[in-house]
Design a binder for this molecule. Sequence first.
Ligand SMILES: Cc1ncc(COP(=O)(O)O)c(C=O)c1O
Length: 378
Amino acid sequence: MNIPFVDLAEQQRRIRADLDRRIAKVLDHGGYILGPEVTELEGALAAIAGCRHAITVSSGTDALLMLLMAKGIGPGDGVFLPSFTFTATAEVVLQCGASPIFVEVDAQTFNMDPECLADAIAETERQGQLRAAAVMPVDLFGQPADYQAINKLAGAHGLFVLGDAAQSFGASYQNRAVGSVAEATATSFYPAKPLGCYGDGGAIFTDDDELAATCISLRAHGQGEGRYDIVRLGLNARMDTLQAAVLLSKLTIFEDEIQRRREVAEHYNKCLTGLVETPVQLPGTASIWAQYTIKLPHRDKIAAHLREQGIPTQIYYPLPMHLQPAYAPYGNGVGSLPVSEQLCHEVLALPMHPYLDEGTIERIRDALAEGLRMGQSR
Ligand SMILES: Cc1ncc(COP(=O)(O)O)c(C=O)c1O
């Protein structure tokens, strides 16, 4: 039997009646743009994130872009980000006309290494060509980055901290919810995310009233007081009311799903420790386990063996950002960020969702063990 990598069908079965009711309500009132569900959702998201403002937007990418735009990041500005991330983190920096500065990650947590960030800031300041303007820690695979160390460095060097929490909404760092650990945070509600809608969606979180007001203006073409009063260059980046209704429905089971994800990760850890390199959690972080990513040699052969057994896997990510053809001019080439480069050869994400049962995890373990044995005897 084929195992799903993410099981959205099982989730939908759980909430279908509530979902139908909420969608029908939107069809009845007809407020498809910025309808009452959007306001209700923003209140619920701000409460989960423990921050003053939650602003829903059209995608996680737009959330990141709007925060950089709102801060006036542009040509001449250097923005620090990990090289081992999804392309959107780098893309938005270039969209603003700023320059990405790729930083090495920690081999254990996969997140930005604060010591490497300190070195990159020092080097940028020494060269004097770019203003060290912002840092974008990424909470890869659902585990918050090392915000304490990063916020401290940012404070000392006057950097804007924009957390890329596309994969980590619902996680926490030192008992504070993601959304309240950085000056501003962006998340994604792409369908496969731990909290996902049925299309594209995202949100911005901040305690800064002025920044929030600017983002609300940016998502509606840069509107001022009136609808046809355009005070800045903006975007059309609102979340649809129908997506907000879907997310409100999914929020009714979100806490339970977080708990189940943590139990799945724990069972994976129990089954796989000693067999392969399992993911490492920093003390004080509570991951949302967007992905369960292991590291192993001969990764591609083992992934092929798992596929033959009906077990899907994914490679997040096969190439670091500093080696992507579109971004390579901003990096220092092969060998410059060896940890990020090595991870791209070794990581493998296993099926991960709240509905994965222990028997299935054990089946995955057995197939992995067999794949490893076959690899050794070749
Ligand atoms: C780390 C990271 N940043 C940004 C994004 C962009 O989010 P979206 O797909 O909603 O635009 C993603 C989405 O996969 C992501 O994983």
